[in-house]
Write a protein that binds this ligand. Structure first.
Ligand code: HEM
Length: 206
């Protein structure tokens, strides 16, 4: 873990990897095609999911598996969270290009109502990213900040759960992805309960 970048270096490395991955996926399809955009949308959802899981589980892992690695993960949580927000911004830009370029495909079998969970997810991503900086954090105060970050994290976990759950009938990796998100939620709840039973001071936020 020591050899890995930390802080802003970690953020910029993950952001660069996300852009490289997106470019590589787009390059494997005919330029500007719907398939290219859809594949890149799926790829960025998956890179976001990986970073979200680490951010979501950081405090639970410190409780359940204390050690240098989990503490390091918790220290880097802010940068992982911001890298998740970056990856999901790319997801959003690609969705915009897809909806603009191929409205008939984008709206096929989709209603405005179906976009509500994703839109709420984006609202929380924006709020969590903005309040990851000093000035807005001070403005909110620790109680509100904690409430917002905890609520936002659970809402995003819910959106991931729902996105994967809807796709379970498609088979492939979707049942595994849903099981991963579900197991992470259970693990987080167990850690919360363990902290309560130990009467320990809770780890900061989430
Ligand atoms: C209104 C906002 C959103 C729209 C319109 C949207 C749209 C899409 C589209 C078109 C796909 C690709 C579908 C396909 O070709 O199979 C997709 C995949 C996905 N999106 Fe989004 N999305 C939104 C927000 C979000 C948010 C906030 C999250 C999570 C926090 C999310 C998680 C996912 C996941 C997990 C997938 C599936 C990835 C996979 O195939 O493994 N989306 N989304």
């Amino acid at each position: 873990m020591k050899a890995l970048p930390t802080g802003w270096k970690l953020f910029f490395s993950l952001a660069a990897l996300t852009l490289l991955m997106t470019a590589a996926v787009l390059a494997t399809y005919p330029a500007g095609s719907a398939d290219a955009l859809r594949s890149a949308i799926r790829a960025t959802a998956r890179s976001s999911f990986a970073m979200f899981l680490l951010t979501f589980l950081a405090s639970a892992l410190v409780t359940l598996l204390p050690g240098a690695l989990s503490r390091q993960l918790l220290r880097e949580r802010r940068y992982l969270g911001l890298a998740f927000a970056f990856s999901h911004t790319v997801h959003g830009v690609l969705i915009y290009l897809y909806a603009q370029g191929f409205p008939e495909l984008f709206w096929a079998g989709r209603t405005a109502v179906a976009n509500i969970p994703g839109s709420v997810g984006y609202l929380f991503i924006l709020l969590l990213a903005l309040t990851s900086f000093k000035a807005p954090t001070r403005l909110l105060g620790p109680r509100l900040w904690k409430g917002l970050h905890s609520t936002g994290t659970w809402v995003l976990a819910g959106v991931f759960c729902l996105s994967f759950y809807k796709r379970i009938p498609m088979g492939g990796w979707y049942p595994l992805a849903f099981a991963l998100m579900f197991a992470a939620i259970v693990l987080k709840l167990i850690a919360k309960q363990a902290r309560r039973l130990r009467g320990a001071t809770p780890t900061p936020a989430h």
